[in-house]
Design a protein around this ligand. Structure first.
Ligand SMILES: *Cc1c(COP(=O)(O)O)cnc(C)c1O
Ligand SMILES: [Zn+2]
Length: 500
């Protein structure tokens, strides 16, 4: 839409000007630090940080209604930098000028309402929000767009000339980091550390294809994370795990989009997401809180985190109902199909504790919950979802299994509308589907396939034929006609369909 056509009150703020102030605040000692240096932990006490955003004064003066109008009108702006998570520039990094923003197509993932069959089975109105439709096929792109846009700004403003981005990963962080880093060639290079044999072939191929230096480390994610933390402490590298508060900031866009897609009415709504390193659930709570404080939304939705029984330290923490008695214990994880969430010592746990407390206080009642689900339920619900038109990954299955569990525990009313987070694309985790269909799960997963959910290709090689086409050896004439009609007849018999 042409600039002149926007309303007078919208035009001055439509294209964001850099401004405002941002600073890190420590979750432990609450000391504040400027953002000129990339910090991952508090220089004073070593605890994790969150980024605080103080928007420019002209934005702070806007009412909730004004902000809602601004974001709605921004949907019509054609500038690529405003088409992704930076539609909410004022909340996601107002100091970053537009020309530093890296936009690779992330954000504004669709909310797909489940069909009548699936809503009937589940007994709830719900949507999948498909974060697998981000460029590297997981929600991690939201946080990377934020972190790399700021890195790009630091490079463009001459504060750094070269950056080596490093991360530990259960697969998707490295896929995303490698993608954004490769876009910022030649100034940024990336190195990723993966637990050997604990990421899917698709996830391994992503950073390899992006040209990152890929290192496989014995152990599980928690071990990789320790090595990366040591690298960040002792060498000149940029840490891209969600310990980096810029990641959390970008992932808050998930909540902003849900708010906007429901026309900012979040009463009787619930959002359900898997918890691994707990960055995503942190960002979801933080995003809703920021919109609530700014008056953009009036109601905080319920937020329900889900963990597998095989990697459930956050669930175990909240199982104790008396906050004074809660104790966080890192745990040893077991094999999980929700592999990207197979984390026993989540880096963002202190953030979760703090934000959940603030969330419930602000809501005036308990609105943050954590449930656990079995590996069997994760797989079964993923497959059921995808048999009804979805592209949920195993973690999407985990979220849906979490919805069922939350209903059973009375945490969700039948009249609530629920958004279920499918955090990655089904294809990244298709190996688990294959193991299910072929009944090849190692015992440690504790998954037995249900026959009604199994699917397999049928090789149709008609017994009446002695000649078949092959690559480079096509059939022709009568041989081809016989091949086509016999094969079609065999398929019709298998499908039990009548001749017309
Ligand atoms: C990273 C990841 C998670 C876990 O998110 P956290 O922020 O680590 O809690 C869940 N699902 C997928 C697909 C992921 O890539
Ligand atoms: Zn501190």
């Amino acid at each position: 839409m042409n600039m002149n056509m926007f309303p007078d009150d919208i035009r001055p703020n439509l294209i964001p000007e850099p401004g405002g102030r941002m600073f890190y605040r420590c979750l432990g000692c609450e000391n504040e630090f400027g953002i000129d240096n990339l910090l991952y932990t508090c220089p004073d006490c070593g605890k994790v940080l969150l980024l605080h955003v103080d928007p420019p004064d002209r934005i702070k003066r806007l009412s909730g209604e004004n902000l809602r109008r601004l974001f709605d009108y921004r949907q019509m702006v054609k500038i690529p930098e405003l088409k992704g998570i930076y539609r909410y520039h004022e909340f996601l990094g107002p100091v970053t000028p537009l020309d530093s923003i890296v936009y690779l197509g992330e954000g504004h993932t669709p909310m797909i309402e489940a069909n009548a069959v699936l809503q009937g089975t589940v007994g709830q109105r719900f949507f999948f929000k498909n974060d697998g439709q981000n460029p590297s096929a997981s929600f991690k792109d939201r946080g990377m767009a934020s972190a790399f846009s700021y890195i790009n700004f630091l490079i463009k403003s001459g504060r750094f000339s070269e950056i080596l981005a490093v991360c530990a990963s259960t697969g998707d962080t490295s896929a995303s980091a490698a993608l954004y880093a490769s876009y910022l060639k030649p100034h940024v290079k990336s190195a990723v550390l993966l637990p050997h044999g604990k990421v899917t072939p698709q996830q391994l191929n992503q950073p390899l294809g992006g040209g990152a230096a890929v290192f496989e480390i014995p152990g599980v994610f928690d071990d990789c994370m320790k090595v990366v933390e040591s690298l960040a402490d002792h060498y000149d590298v940029a840490l891209l795990n969600s310990k980096n508060a810029w990641r959390i900031l970008g992932q808050e866009s998930y909540s902003y989009e849900i708010a906007q897609d429901f026309d900012y009415d979040l009463s009787k709504k619930a959002v359900i997401a898997p918890i691994g390193n707990a960055g995503n659930i942190t960002a979801i709570m933080s995003g809703f809180l920021k919109f609530h404080r700014a008056g953009v939304i009036d109601t905080l939705p319920k937020v329900i985190g889900v963990q597998s029984e095989h990697a459930n330290p956050v669930y175990l923490y909240y199982r104790e109902s008396d906050p004074a008695l809660r104790r966080f214990e890192p745990m040893t994880v077991r094999a999980s199909v929700a592999q990207a969430a197979m984390i026993g010592n989540p880096v963002s746990m202190p953030r979760v504790v703090k934000l959940a407390e603030e969330y419930d206080r602000r809501a005036g009642e308990r609105k943050v919950f954590v449930v656990q689900v079995s590996e069997q339920a994760i797989m079964d619900w993923e497959l059921i979802a995808n048999r009804n038109g979805h592209i949920a990954c195993t973690h999407g299955g985990e979220s849906l299994a979490g919805l069922i569990q939350a209903k059973n525990q009375g945490l969700i009313d039948d009249s609530d509308t629920v958004v279920v987070d499918s955090t990655a694309h089904a294809l990244k985790f298709s190996g688990f589907q294959e193991m299910y269909f072929e009944d090849r799960f190692p015992e440690e997963f504790e998954i037995s396939p249900k026959s009604e959910l199994i699917n397999a290709p049928v090789l149709v090689r008609s017994k009446d034929l002695d000649e078949f086409p092959a690559p480079g050896r096509p059939l022709s004439g009568d041989a081809m006609n016989r091949f086509v009609s016999s094969t079609a007849r065999d398929i019709a018999e298998l499908l039990k369909i009548e001749k017309k």
